[in-house]
Write a protein that binds this ligand. Structure first.
Ligand SMILES: Cc1cc2nc3c(=O)[nH]c(=O)nc-3n(C[C@H](O)[C@H](O)[C@H](O)COP(=O)(O)OP(=O)(O)OC[C@H]3O[C@@H](n4cnc5c(N)ncnc54)[C@H](O)[C@@H]3O)c2cc1C
Length: 439
């Protein structure tokens, strides 16, 4: 039987970061089920186009991980000012919607401003996130309390409904703080009657590789790692006896375990977990996102991406990746990504493609269907984990139990949260530090 100090399940950014921190210090084995590394931070090449699994932009918030990631990229990066729009009521307005109401039709704008002022007056703690209260506040109540009726009606509710594909009156608000910009009263009013502020929110500027798409990041990791097995799915894990079945390698004995696979899948592979743990894992929900990538000619639009709250568009967001890296498309052509969300359900791809293209023409992102010269659907089966009561009740049960067995489950899906690439990197480095500390 193969023996290692630390078994790492998954070669996405969390697993790669953990391996990087252990390299040369501890024996480890990283098993990735796919033939390529990167997890969701990966790119697919097709006829001169490089397509990511939707836009994967580096939002670097923490000095240590920022330095670490940029060092890895070794100059292969650009810092880009976001150009994001919202298409609503027939016009494009800058993102965030709530700080850029001035371009909207006058009636919509006054509905939004009136609603915001009424909400502001009513609430003593207008920007508080609901989960700090005694009983958790759901998204519908939170957005109405914070932004008022108009902004909720024209953006927050329809957009989030399309993204989450889960009843918003059951969606909790723990995820909102980093992701929903909350401009000040002054910013909302200035944005309604003068020029608004675009540089608000977590992604006002971002880094992106100059060459190779986001795949450049896992590739940079891989260059320094020696103990990686691709095409190697971990199919069973016995946490008590500290063994796992790892693809064609067979049984592997380990001292420490770092899991980065989706938490519910991980629990399903464990040998005889307590029934309370199995039950808790079964309650974890998620949506599925299908990304239609298109290679396009005659695309003249300079924006990076746009949000589509209205129902007549089947997608919630559409981006032009070649506007943040020219090398993602052959010269003179553009590379688009369009995101369609389902409640963990199959999508009729040909019907969806027809509807998406119709939508792209009606909002003038592309001129005519014959301008599309390439297309590729990529599926993200587990895309956004659902924040609800069940998640809030299940996670402590599962993590308390894993802690008693000294197993770490990290990353966006290993810890079952809405987070970014940088956070997965941070958690990978921290998990490895924990292993090194524990001997
Ligand atoms: C639509 C969408 C857009 C996004 N956009 C951005 C963005 O712009 N910027 C940003 O920073 N973040 C973005 N993210 C989030 C980002 O993709 C993740 O935070 C990050 O890539 C997660 O890395 P991870 O290593 O935690 O997980 P993953 O990337 O999911 O990696 C887990 C790995 O485990 C492997 N695995 C699973 N089961 C097994 C098994 N049994 N055996 C072996 N291997 C296994 C998988 O194949 C995978 O490679 C986006 C996410 C989505 C869904």
């Amino acid at each position: 039987m193969i023996e290692t100090d630390t078994l790492i399940i998954g070669g996405g950014l969390a697993g790669l970061s953990a391996a990087h921190a252990l390299e040369g210090k501890r024996a480890y084995l990283l098993c990735e089920r796919e033939p390529r590394l990167g997890g969701l931070a990966a790119s697919v090449k097709k006829n001169g186009f490089t397509f990511d699994y939707s836009g994967h932009l580096l939002h670097l918030r923490w000095p240590k991980t920022k330095k670490f990631i940029l060092n890895l990229l070794d100059g292969n990066h650009a810092l880009i000012e976001r150009k994001a729009r919202i298409f609503s009521n027939g016009v494009y307005t800058p993102y965030p919607f709530q700080a850029n109401l001035s371009g909207l039709p006058a009636t919509v704008r006054s509905e939004c401003v009136r609603g915001f002022l009424a909400a502001y007056k009513k609430s003593h703690r207008p920007y508080a996130i609901g989960h700090t209260r005694k009983s958790p506040e759901v998204f519908t109540a939170w957005t109405r309390r914070v932004f008022g009726e108009g902004i909720s009606k024209h953006f927050m509710l329809p957009y989030n409904s399309k993204l989450w594909r889960y009843p918003l009156e059951k969606l909790s608000t723990e995820w909102c703080a980093p992701f929903v910009p909350r401009p000040t009263l002054k910013q909302v009013l200035e944005g309604a009657y003068q020029r608004g502020k675009e540089a608000i929110g977590y992604n006002a500027s971002f880094y992106y590789p100059l060459r190779g798409g986001i795949q450049a990041l896992p590739d940079a990791f891989a260059r320094g790692l020696t103990c990686i097995e691709r095409n190697c799915a971990v199919t069973a894990i016995d946490l008590k006896n500290k063994t796992a079945i790892c693809g064609c390698l067979g049984p592997v004995k380990f001292k420490h375990l770092i899991n980065t696979a989706a938490l519910n899948d991980f629990i399903a592979k464990l040998t005889a977990p307590p029934s309370a743990i199995k039950q808790a894992a079964k309650k974890l929900g998620h949506n599925t996102v299908y990304v239609l990538n298109l290679g396009v000619k005659n695309a003249g639009c300079g924006i990076h991406w746009a949000y589509f709250p209205e129902r007549n568009f089947p997608f919630y967001r559409a981006g032009i990746a070649s506007n943040f890296s020219k090398r993602l498309a052959p010269k003179g052509l553009a590379s688009f990504y369009i995101e369609v969300s389902t409640p963990d359900a199959p999508l009729n791809l040909s019907g969806a493609e027809t509807a998406v293209i119709k939508g792209l023409i009606s909002c003038a992102l592309i001129k005519k269907e014959s301008d599309i010269i390439e297309s590729l659907w990529l599926k993200i089966p587990c895309a956004y984990v659902i924040y609800n009561r069940e998640r809030a009740a299940s996670l402590p049960v599962i993590f308390d139990w894993l802690t008693t067995l000294r197993a770490q489950s990290i990353g966006r899906y290993g810890s079952w949260k809405y987070s970014f690439m940088e956070e997965s990197v941070k958690e990978g480095l921290e998990a490895a530090e924990k292993v090194l500390r524990h001997g």
